[in-house]
Write a new protein. Structure first.
Length: 439
């Protein structure tokens, strides 16, 4: 405890780090205040039906990612999910379309172009999601909740929602440039954490009122949540290092190189993307179930806590983990770069043999990572079956847990770097904190 207090004091001794943390806190505060600003023209006292709609299910997930803004009919109701969806599409285009592949190889200028394309695509997605959200408001809220109505108001409200999302994107970019951590990821994490106190209070109230197990069961649930959190951290940090020997180079009369280095291959190189893709695909049975009154296939797959839903969801997560890893990790390119720089894996011939060797290793280490990721993805369903309320159950796994773990590690890694550069002890005892790629 004493060392932790000293580390916190050291953080505020560094002027630049102190300014970055305060700047980040202020922008996050702006975001949280904005999530309670209701769209102009809507009566805030008439939002009970909308909040009931977002209490569970898919809309409950959207409300959690937006920090409650979705259920508050806020100007930030759509959150950053349109931007995340656009980013995923642009990443996939960067693998499959030559034009975007060329931009990726252009360095900083190419990155700026791809960011601009992402913004354009975000606007297109907002043009679809904005009217859909307003239509849902008209369906769930009484007519008296709208102080103004008509086609003109719908256009006005859509523009407000689009401006809200673009403003959140701007906040995220400012945090990334002048604050601490990845701005967009940090905003998503803050939105998720904002729902955690309400979920804990709801679960504690349910156990206190005489639910199965009582408060003792609530303590056990908190312990299990902690263990799941620790196991997810281990999954995010797990990696295998492949030794690479760089040949000596002769420049003039001196020899350089001959140093052994390592290529870190992550067990979960795909991150949270497989769960996002699988959840998007599992939405189709939910839509079809609305037109299927019988207990057909669509209705069976729409049962959030049912066996076939979770079995299919887990299989999709494993499949998408292999797919996204194959898209993001290119063994052939890695082998070519090693060969250009005079490197080789000891005992393996450079070129195609090295690419095959790296591909085989990635396939072997991806399998346990994908299985564990699938287990994490379906844990909320098991939590609901055991009697945990829907809001609190979402924190036992799935997208929310992986985002929390990943963003916390990334932010701590940046603070760690600032401390070590100025010769202070880091946040970890060893002075080394493993991080992960930004979202």
């Amino acid at each position: 405890m004493k060392r932790l207090i000293e580390t916190i004091q050291n953080i505020f001794k560094i002027e630049e780090l102190r300014k970055r943390i305060v700047y980040t806190f202020l922008l996050v505060l702006v975001y949280r205040l904005g999530s309670y600003v209701v769209i102009p023209g809507i009566d805030p006292t008439a939002l009970a039906n909308l909040k009931n709609q977002t209490a569970s299910g898919l809309l409950g997930l959207l409300d959690m990612f937006s920090g409650g803004a979705f259920g508050n009919a806020s100007i930030f109701a759509l959150g950053v999910m349109p931007y995340i969806s656009a980013s995923i599409v642009i990443q996939l285009l960067g693998v499959m379309v030559p034009y975007f592949q060329k931009m990726q190889r252009e360095g900083e200028s190419g990155r700026r172009k791809m960011n601009q394309w992402t913004r354009y695509l975000t606007i297109v997605i907002l043009l679809l999601q904005g009217p859909a959200y307003i239509t849902n408001l008209h369906a769930k809220l009484p007519a008296s909740a709208f102080m103004v109505s008509g086609f003109g108001y719908n256009i006005f409200a859509t523009i407000i929602l689009m401006a809200g999302t673009m403003f959140i994107m701007w906040l995220g970019e400012r945090i990334t440039d002048r604050g601490v951590g990845n701005g967009i990821s940090l905003i998503i994490m803050i939105g998720i954490i904002a729902r955690l106190p309400f979920a804990i209070v709801a679960e504690a109230g349910q156990k206190w009122s005489g639910a199965a197990g009582g408060m003792m069961m609530f303590i056990v649930e908190l312990l299990i949540l902690f263990l799941v959190f620790v196991a997810t951290i281990a999954l995010v940090q797990a990696q295998r290092k492949v030794p690479v020997q760089y040949a000596k180079r002769v420049i003039g009369n001196k020899q350089y190189g001959g140093v052994r280095q390592y290529i870190p291959l992550k067990v979960n190189a795909a991150g949270v993307m497989p769960i996002i893709f699988a959840q998007a695909l599992m939405m189709f049975p939910l839509l079809l179930a609305r037109f299927d009154a019988s207990r057909g296939l669509a209705a069976t797959l729409s049962d959030y806590t049912g066996f076939w839903y979770n079995f299919t969801f887990g299989i999709l997560v494993v499949a998408f983990t292999y797919f996204y890893t194959a898209v993001t990790v290119n063994p052939t390119m890695m082998a070519e770069e090693m060969k250009k720089n005079g490197g080789f894996v000891p005992g393996v011939k450079p070129g195609k043999k090295t690419a095959d060797y790296l591909d085989a290793i990635m396939s072997r280490i991806t399998f346990p990572g994908s299985v564990f990721l699938a287990i994490v993805a379906i844990l909320p369903a098991f939590a609901m079956i055991l009697g945990i309320n829907d809001q609190f159950a979402h924190f036992y796994g799935g997208t929310s847990l992986l985002i929390l773990v990943g963003v916390v590690l990334d932010t701590l890694q940046q603070i760690e770097s600032h401390l070590l550069m100025r010769h202070y002890d880091g946040l970890m005892k060893t002075g080394r904190l493993k991080g992960r790629a930004g979202m």
